[in-house]
Ligand binder design. Sequence first.
Ligand code: ADP
Ligand code: MG
Length: 546
Amino acid sequence: DDERLSRELLRMDGDSYGRYKSLRGDWDFGDFTLTVQRVQADPFAPPSRILVALPDAGIPKDAWADPVRRRATADFLGRRAGRLLRRSLLRIDTGGQEVLERSSCRVTEGGGLELRIGIDLPGRGRRIDGRAAEREFCDTLPGVVDDLYWEAVDRDAARAFADSVADTVALRSALAERGLVAFVADGAVLPRRSGISDEPMAEGAVPFSSPDSLRVSVDLPHRGTVTGMGVPEGVVLIVGGGFHGKSTLLHALERGVYDHVPGDGRELVVTRADAVKIRAEEGRRVERVDVGSFVRNLPTGADTADFRTDNASGSTSQAANICEALEAGSRTLLVDEDSTATNLMIRDERMQALVHGDREPLVPFVDLVRPLYRDHGVSTVLVMGGSGDYFDVADHVVMMDAYHPHDVGERARELARERTDAVFTAPRARLVDPRSVDPSDARGRSRIKRRDMDVLVFGDDDVDVRSVEQFVDPGQIIGAGLALRALDLRDRTLAEALDALEAELAEHGVTRLGADFGGDYALPRRQEVAALLNRLRSLRVLGQRW
Ligand code: ADP
Ligand code: MG
């Protein structure tokens, strides 16, 4: 078939661009099959899509039998493919600093490989450039496939890559039994190159060093024993002067739910997999969320246990974000003063003296953060440089001083005051109307598209995801859209629907989401799938359940 394709492409040279459509279907190249899945209508449309299936790439069982190593090996090979294809018209999605399960490169049972690739089919104006196309399909592509066979790969590097990811996963799964919500290894490099680059800071980065009192060591399968700062469950406060590295530490914890590539500096910075960054998000929509623990009597008289608004304030949006995170199953909250609503975080005595009783509907987080942990097992890591109120409720206080953490818990306890906790009641579960979560357009076709890292188009809805900070990869945003489409919300709570989807994806892999989808995507966490659903303007909740 490869010769047939070659002849076909050369014959098409100079024909009108639309004739590329005739390439659709399978082409047998002997050791691999090329499937032309989608053909662009013109040279300016989104790239055409091909699938390359190589049933036996010689990948040994130890690299694919375990799901973690399989994901890592696929990521390694995808990055290799990306480098090999750099000067071609073929494009493969290789991701950034995280090692995510993605659709573009999959290692299959038995040691095979599947590549999902985009190609800008070459044209001269609106005519087919058959010779250029022939070069890509019949020369470049087979050459790259040859270089992805296990025997052609730097196997030591591939193993080291998978070992590193396996260690990260082992470290993260060691957190719970040790009563930790996060771990930051000594020597880790947390700061990034710039606000727009996720690569490690190149020069002058101060490596992480744990304070004695919080230092723990963990034995890892490949690296052996590592030491670092264990962030305990409970309420942990990160304080320090401005520009001393507080937010940088918290950002690293936010990203610690994902695995990082070797050399990133955060390979051994891990956070519980369910951790959610909480922030204020003025203007977002909220659909029947039980924010009753945070918001009591509103001036409008609205029922805050069944709260709905098309335009949330800073404080109510943050309260909704917390309650929704709990509903999606999170028991670890990450909060940075830089992105919170002050009136939801603190209330000092003088303000209480002036605005009291029924005139203040908000119960500040400082009064709820302890009951959240004590009664519901929800831990909080909070960056707060601007107010000492949280000394009263913190189990641990870490001060960042010129990028070095110090345990200042004792001193903070001396400064603490008595405080009466409020009561936190677990938010009610919601039953979502499945018809309100529908990506079909007017013609009944599923419409899931992304605009940068800002917007996911889901059917008629433009969902603003800029504040969903743990979307770290464009592919995850699309993946979350596809997951939302796959979510079976009938006759069950949102949490139950997320459980079922998560189990299905663990069993069948990410490509379960997009058999019909012509683009790249990566596996989202359930927390981000829920975050997307919660931001749909079309979302309708049918009822709540205790
Ligand atoms: P804060 O939140 O305490 O005000 P940031 O975390 O925003 O401080 O950090 C301030 C600056 O210091 C940032 O430009 C960041 O990149 C840099 N920085 C943070 N941690 C380190 C470090 N370990 N080594 C070098 N520079 C750092
Ligand atoms: Mg900061």
